[in-house]
Design a protein around this ligand. Structure first.
Ligand code: RIB
Length: 314
């Protein structure tokens, strides 16, 4: 297995750009339909691979034409796909409307993603891998199994709790780094999260549940890094926003690739150098997320390592 294992979703994104979101009961016209590789799991796998990480993916596609479309796209981005299984159902799809400001609204049809099972996780070896990336577009028992197995095998576990849903405490107890946005953090804690200060309060509640690090993504306001010994607000970059789809996935892929690099330098991941490494990884993730918003679509918008390094040096 690779340095980074992703257990998660693959979606065909059916995307229409529209001047605005329709009101309930209203019909409006948008641009031509585009079919774009997406899904939070696959997006994060491609995002990390484009930053040079060795990535493998565990997931499922259906028996329709979207399956090979998504798997071939992973392969062409150097993501290892031997544990992306085919299932007798539709491939996951996401119906996405992007408005003139680049904001999106998304309805998911899980399809094969709903069939990703704990047995799929058990079929893969985590030996020699360093990091597990999880999201919530596959069944929660599968996410839990993956987190437990990763813990046993000594991998660091990063959970992006999206789309937001209540989580068993058992799952949080097996997570090292939680990366929610403001609304996800609010749902998980039952606390209002509206700014950096309320995000800090809520993140500290999550720390009490066994998570070691919480990184709250704050959109155009950057990200807040919270551990037992550190609270750091990292600003992001100002860009012209075209489409925010997959910006969070770009952040996580970029962040994960930097964590892998720092683990190569310092395998124990403790002390002051770890605090500095994780802050640098958050800054790098912010650059990846900002760049992703400057292009349309999920996976086509994910930046390469050269693009990020050039952008950060400007
Ligand atoms: O995070 C963006 C992704 O969310 C889209 O690619 C879509 O597939 C949904 O899963």
């Amino acid at each position: 297995m690779a340095d980074v294992v992703v257990v998660g979703s693959l979606n065909a994104d059916l995307v229409v750009k529209s001047p605005r979101f329709p009101a309930p009961g209203e019909t409006i016209s948008g641009d031509d339909l585009q079919i774009i590789p997406g899904g939070k799991g696959a997006n994060q796998a491609v995002a990390a691979a484009r930053q040079g990480a060795h990535v493998s993916m565990i997931g499922r596609v259906g028996s329709d034409g979207f399956g090979p479309f998504l798997v071939d796209n992973l392969k062409s981005n150097n993501v290892e796909t031997s544990h992306v299984f085919k299932t007798d159902s539709a491939t996951g799809t996401a119906i996405i409307v992007v408005d003139a400001n680049g904001q999106n609204s998304i309805v998911l049809s899980p399809g094969a993603n709903g069939k990703v099972s704990p047995a799929d996780v058990d079929s893969a070896s985590f030996l020699n891998s360093k990091l597990l990336l999880l999201q919530l577009e596959i069944p929660t028992p599968t996410v839990l199994r993956a987190a437990q197995k990763a813990r046993e095998a000594g991998l660091q576990v990063i959970l992006n709790p999206a789309p937001a849903k209540p989580l068993p405490q058992e799952l949080l107890a097996n997570v090292d780094i939680l990366v929610p946005n403001e609304s996800e953090l609010s749902l998980l804690t039952g606390l209002p999260v509206t700014d950096a200060s309320s995000a800090e309060t809520a993140a500290k509640e999550i720390l009490k549940q066994g998570v070691k690090t919480v990184i709250v993504t704050l959109g155009s306001k950057g990200a807040l890094l919270v551990t037992d010994s550190q609270v750091t607000h990292v600003n992001t970059y100002k860009v012209n926003v075209v489409d925010t789809t997959a910006a969070g996935d770009a952040f996580i892929g970029g962040f994960a690739s930097k964590i892998i690099e720092s683990r190569r330098r310092s395998p124990t991941q403790e002390g002051a150098s770890y605090a500095m490494d994780i802050e640098n990884a958050v800054r790098y993730g912010c650059a990846c997320g900002a760049l992703a918003t400057t292009k349309f679509g999920a996976q086509p918008s994910l930046p390469t390592k050269a693009e990020v390094e050039r952008f950060m040096s400007l």
